[in-house]
Design a protein around this ligand. Sequence first.
Ligand code: AMP
Ligand code: MG
Length: 503
Amino acid sequence: MPRPTASPGAVAPLHLPFDNSYARLPGHFYARLDPVPVAAPRLLRLNAPLAGLLGLDPRALEGPEGVAVLAGNRVPEGAEPIALAYAGHQFGQFVPRLGDGRAILLGEVVGRDGMRRDLQLKGSGRTPFSRGGDGRAALGPVLREYLVSEAMAALGVPTTRALAAVATGESVQRETALPGAVLTRVAASHVRVGTFQYFAARGDTEAVRLLAGHVIARHYPEAAAAANPVRALLEAVVARQAALVARWMLVGFIHGVMNTDNTSIAGETLDYGPCAFLDAYDPAAVFSAIDLFGRYAYGNQPRIAQWNLARLAEALLPLLDVEEAAALAAAREAVAGFAPLFEAAWLGGLRRKIGLATEREGDAALVRDLLRIMAEGGADFTLTFRRLSDAAAGPEGEEAVRALFADPAPFGDWAGRWRRRLEAEAEPPAARQAAMRATNPAYIPRNHLVEAALRAAVAEGDLGPFEALLGVVSHPFEERPGLARYAAPPAPEERVLQTFCGT
Ligand code: AMP
Ligand code: MG
């Protein structure tokens, strides 16, 4: 492998300390192939803090050798590029063979925090799993994933991350010709519910067993010591999904394409396609143009996550117990565990959002009634809770919340109940306000801002709005002067009604 010779002022040589555990699994778990080189790689953005967390030198990644690696034009030392095999239920329909059709896993690195993470190139060319696709990604969706995944990370929601975006200098044909790009995605792993389904659908129980062992060692080491490690694994995945989807609900996130192939076994938000954030609170909100029946509507997400976990349980059945009836009972019990875990995480989060540090009977009714009047009054989800943080410091803050409701009267009644409930809390109002501000973001990647940023980048080659928005949503809880435009809901004519996968 050619390496630049050291000379004064030269960029640091690139060193990626790979240790590739997935590539040590049997050959039918993936296809070995290199990414397909692109015409003219140009670095659009590097996530230097994330590089640091991974123990990588950002200056080396920014250098010509680094950019060649991030574009897929050069395979770095230690990488073992593979496209992963997986299946999945897409909108309820089982597809036995999906796989990485436009992504390549370069390998795994162990970060400064001791965490092992995948480095994946997305948009890296055709693979044996590409079916009719070109294996490429357009600039818009790459920047969208970069922006929204980094916003989610800043919001404290478990998620894959974005290490870099590189322009390819090539165009990709979608409805029109669009500039192409490659995203470097960082994930705890890319094992999905659909990975288990791939082997289960082939009756390859030995592969399911090996995959379960890999996942236990990598993500759920405590399950190894359980009497039934596979059952413990299933229960742990259920718990992480319940916690994850509760976090989505608490920030108003709509994934948009919760297929089982987009459901991470490690419990991270995975695959930012037609995702969106709520502006006005509406449990039935759907943005994805391909979600014709609202299967993945905001309010359906918990139910769908549980459905996806039932598919995982099915794939694990032969390993849950030698007796079929006992295996089924174990599967049912584990999947049923989702609802109480989700409820507890969701209610706990909503308590924090309205400033309650203690638990009282009636809290659930109080938060549900708030959500109901928000839906009826078309109140902005993010702003309601953010302004409620200030109203918690004193009644003079209430007017700003009231203004978010089409009819403010029901909010007035609710606020009276809320104030009486707050009297049972010991915290001084200023501390409550600070705690609420730390859980209720001022800035989310609002759909209309995301669209505008992507439009500027794609149509005018102007990354300014993308950079500005990324900077704002990277510190979502810290209100700064001059950023009012980023906190505001869209004007009626700015409202985004549909989002697209753009694949
Ligand atoms: P997604 O909807 O992005 O989760 O992708 C679903 C499946 O379609 C996965 O197997 C992807 O690898 C595949 N896919 C999506 N876009 C492309 C593309 N441009 N070329 C090849 N395969 C693709
Ligand atoms: Mg996917």
